[in-house]
Design a protein around this ligand. Structure first.
Ligand SMILES: Nc1ncnc2c1ncn2[C@@H]1O[C@H](COP(=O)(O)OP(=O)(O)O)[C@@H](O)[C@H]1O
Ligand SMILES: [Mg+2]
Length: 413
């Protein structure tokens, strides 16, 4: 029980941490990418201004003449390229290899282009201005391969991913310690509470037994007793029996929690259920409830026979208790692969949806049910669930008010 709680705490802690770290990593990545792009744009713009100045418009020839101010090997070495265009966007000449395979942008005012397909290239387009009237006479586009930037980003991704991974592992280890420390006092209190319940139930046994024996002795010789006194003794006997059952139930509940895996043997569930059905055939007949079964034999389960017997007894008694005369209670057992299913289905009063979780709580009893049940203390299903869990099983329930309920116990064979 605490193990599951600890895992859940740890998992929530790691999930929150992972989300925070991811947001942080994404923010770092975005800022870093933006700053790299801006840096590159500034460099390219500087180069572009040089390249624009290197071209002059020859009035006589009516075209742009490009000077020889740039060394192509250097441009290639730095993965850069320069393209000169006339006003119509026709390429005049180019130098370098990392050219953009894209047409000029529609708006040529200092615009940045990034070629998404491989090889990735970033380009900046600037106008070439006429020296006299400062009118554009052509365009120059400088570009640079993004291979180096992509490599840097890849290294950043690797660093961030690795960092998050290591941080999560370290936090996981720290978290295991933290959750253990946080749960220690809770576990200790819970253990003490259980011990108290066990001790109290145990201590109540002897005085209850003394009352029970004395009352039954007194009732054995009712001759000198007034009839009213005999009735009171009967009431005391009945209340004592209830209290004995209650203390036994509490003790069983604490012990089931404490010692899972004790007294394990191979139990044939099908024959155990067949015996129980036979046992409850006459109480069912008295209540005018049909008790039937559908058992596929044999179904073997490693477990504590007396506890399993108690689990199914509780479910069958509930089904009989909460089913009005004329109803049916059906018990089915089957094995599908490695999973064993035992279903106890009734056509009884049903359980309201909001109570479906609560019925397994200790001492919880449905209000309506009090009219149907005589001796129940509200521990029956809590005991059944504790037994199922100590056998690595679980109980689920589906129910509809006024239609009936179906309790399904699942075990791993
Ligand atoms: N088969 C059933 N049909 C309808 N209600 C049920 C059924 N089984 C259990 N319940 C509801 O769950 C409550 C708790 O059951 P249980 O723990 O066995 O306590 P008890 O039977 O002593 O009241 C019951 O009081 C009843 O309201
Ligand atoms: Mg019950």
């Amino acid at each position: 029980m605490f193990q599951a709680l600890r895992y859940r705490l740890l998992l929530s802690y790691l999930l929150v941490l992972a989300s925070i770290l991811s947001v942080f990593a994404i923010a770092v990545r975005v800022v870093f990418t933006q700053s790299l792009t801006q840096q590159l744009t500034a460099q390219l713009r500087l180069l572009g201004q040089g390249a624009a100045a290197n071209a002059v418009f020859n009035q006589k020839q009516g075209r742009i003449i490009v000077g020889k101010g740039f060394s192509t090997p250097e441009l290639i070495a730095r993965e850069r390229a320069i393209q000169w265009f006339d006003l119509q966007g026709h390429l005049i000449t180019q130098q370098g290899k990392a050219v953009l395979a894209l047409p000029l942008p529609a708006s040529t005012e200092d615009s940045v282009q990034i070629q998404a397909s491989q090889p990735r290239v970033q380009g900046v387009t600037l106008p070439i201005l006429d020296k006299n009237d400062r009118q554009p006479v052509g365009y120059v586009r400088v570009s640079k391969s993004l291979a180096e930037q992509d490599e840097r980003l890849q290294r950043l991704d690797l660093g961030l991913g690795g960092g998050i991974f290591v941080a999560l592992i370290l936090s996981g280890v720290g978290g295991i310690w933290l959750t253990r420390q946080a749960m220690l006092p809770i576990e200790e209190n819970f253990r003490r509470l259980k011990q108290f319940t066990a001790d109290a139930s145990h201590e109540l046994r002897s005085p209850l037994m003394a009352i029970k024996t004395n009352v039954s002795v007194a009732l054995k010789y009712p001759n000198g007793m007034r009839p009213a006194d005999a009735e009171k003794f009967e009431a005391i006997a009945s209340a004592t029996t209830q209290m004995v059952c209650l203390t036994e139930d509490l003790l069983l509940l604490v012990r089931t929690d404490q010692t899972p895996g004790r007294d394990r043997e191979t139990v044939n569930l099908a024959s155990m259920l067949a015996d129980l059905i036979q046992l409850y055939q006459s109480p069912a007949a008295v209540k005018q409830v049909e008790l039937k079964s559908e058992l596929s034999t044999p179904i073997d389960l490693l477990g504590d026979a007396s506890q399993l017997n108690r689990l199914f007894t509780n479910l069958i008694i509930n089904a009989l208790d909460y089913t009005p005369p004329g109803g049916t209670v059906e018990i089915q057992a089957s094995q599908v692969g490695q999973t064993i299913f035992v279903k106890v289905q009734d056509t009884g009063i049903g359980i309201a949806p909001e109570n479906l979780e609560r019925i397994f709580h200790r001492f919880w009893r449905g209000d309506q049910s009090r009219t149907y049940s005589q001796g129940g203390s509200g521990l029956g299903l809590a005991i059944a669930q504790a037994i199922a869990q100590s056998h690595n099983g679980q109980i689920s329930v589906t129910s509809e008010l006024g239609q009936g309920s179906c309790f399904t116990v699942q075990f791993k064979a």
